[in-house]
Ligand binder design. Sequence first.
Ligand code: KG4
Ligand code: ZN
Length: 346
Amino acid sequence: MGYRVLALESSCDEFAGAVIEDGIEVLASVVASQAGIHARYGGVVPEVAGREHLRNLAPVMQATLESAGLDWDDLDAVAVTQGPGLGGSLLVGVNAAKAAAWARGLPLIPVHHIAGHLYANWLRPARDDWDDAPPPFPLVALVVSGGHTELFWMQDHERVERIGQTRDDAAGEAFDKVGRLLGLPFPGGPEIERAANAATPERIAALDPLPRAWLPGTHDFSFSGLKTAVLNRVRKAEHAGEAVDVPAMAARFQQSVTHVLAEKTARAAEELGAACVIVAGGVAANGALREALRERCSVPVRVPPPRLCTDNAAMIGAAACYRQSPAPLDIDVFSTSGPEVFSAGR
Ligand code: KG4
Ligand code: ZN
């Protein structure tokens, strides 16, 4: 019998539970999403999210163990997202994990949310086309989520360095804001991808390309100029009394974001001599981004299946297995960037 971790994730508007064995096998993964609730407000309302988590935590934990066919006695540790994220949301998951760890006498392993996203790449469902081998080091990792756009240089599990980050909006944030500008429902990311897929090449060609911020000499990103450019185009169309071609604009926006992300990630991988590129976070679910990266990178590109890209607890359980450091039961959560790169703990 392997090493089994019960993992909880509640950093934003998903309460998720999972059981992971030996850092690779997903024995269960349950996600209670609140997207439908927050869609009404056009974004996540923190207090509503925390209170929904409170309602969901017991059913999700129970469903997770049932789905794994396991009992509390079969577990070796409890892992939980400590941060970054919404304070009130994090508190619910961390408190639940503490209670479980204390009651069952299990070690509590706090996990940095971004480390969680990255370690989704170590789970077996992410290894389909890789003959079960873990991602080879050294590697360049691109994290693109609602709150983060970061490039990491990972020489091994211990030596992880952040080499680039966004100077303003995160990639997912840009998708969500532009989605709103184009009148699409929240969250904008998947909606923009759907709209872009519906655009014909002729309609796209009829629109001028949108700008790309290269920030030469750095591995950093910037997406606020792009967002403003879309806003200006929408306003201009409104003033002229013309309808905005939403699918074509969505496609142009997606092209700009994916072009910059793919190009800058590939350059970092070339400069540093990476053996592979891994991608993680909600925006990694985007098909155009996957395609752009695979086309541009000269080393293999690995992306987890979409359900492991958006927030889930399986990734938290995986990270806990590779970056194990149990914490005392009085740890706090951290809501902003938190401890150095992505160690978690005190
Ligand atoms: O990782 P995630 O689930 O939560 C955070 O940690 O932030 O990422 C959520 C973000 C949202 O901004 C959402 O719009 C974006 O990921 N997203 C996508 C797609 N699916 C989710 N963006 C572009 N294309 C998608 N298919
Ligand atoms: Zn996330």
